[in-house]
Design a protein around this ligand. Sequence first.
Ligand SMILES: [Cu+2]
Length: 290
Amino acid sequence: MLNMKKLAALVMVGGLSTAALAGCAQNKGADQGSEKPAASAEMSKSAEAPKSAEEPQAEGAVAVNARPNECGLQEQSGPEATVGPFDMGLHFFQPTVMVGAEGSTMKMTPYEESQMHLELDTKANAYGTNWGYSVDETPASLPIVYRLTDNNNKVLSEGMMMEMAAIDGSHYGLNLPKGTITAPGDYNLTVTVYPPLNYDIHQDYITGVPAKGWFKPLTVTMPWKITQENLDIIKKNTPADPMQVPEACKQYPVKMYEDKASEEAMKKAEQTAPLPMNMHAMHHGMDMKK
Ligand SMILES: [Cu+2]
């Protein structure tokens, strides 16, 4: 979920010493059932990152909302996979409360009906630059279909993952309905990544990307071992009221990052009559030129 740079910056803002972090055990792949929240597992990665003076600091809302681990995510790590241009990593934790824009056609299972949040961290890798992605970018508008099965191939849950953003950035994911995973065991998460619709890639010599067109749907099955401990950690970290700031974290309220000029510009833009949304605007534009 957190990329390394952001996390390194968060760690600095949080005032945690890298010496303490260096003590964390490396936790990747095999150590799926770690008791440690994944945040500290991720931190061990950042502890290995080169520490230079140019280490980027967290900016904006990420900086003003920095909190100690106890007030933040209790994230656990699942399987990882590379599907060509994208590196994927599954993270899971308590269900989340989300809101979408008016007119959205996808809707997540509400908090109170959910067992856990699945976050499929999907980032473009260096191979992904062949399609014009930046390394570490969360690729926009990917239709991602998932199917969760148990070791008897029984389908427990399936559907679309949704593009969404948390304080630490954008990702694909969903709230898994209550009762989906009732026992520890060996599960399989299969995902198919379709190429993005309404997302063209330049093809001409001067501005084009090297890839000649989009990829075919990419399907991968990730074995996912779930322990009782994994399930217990989720339960323990699922608050009755997820909107409430815990007593011990009152000094870390949710804060908007303030930027008066941007705020004023937004107000003005929101008060200006919108152009009507017209999915065929491009065609009309072309027709007008005839
Ligand atoms: Cu999410």
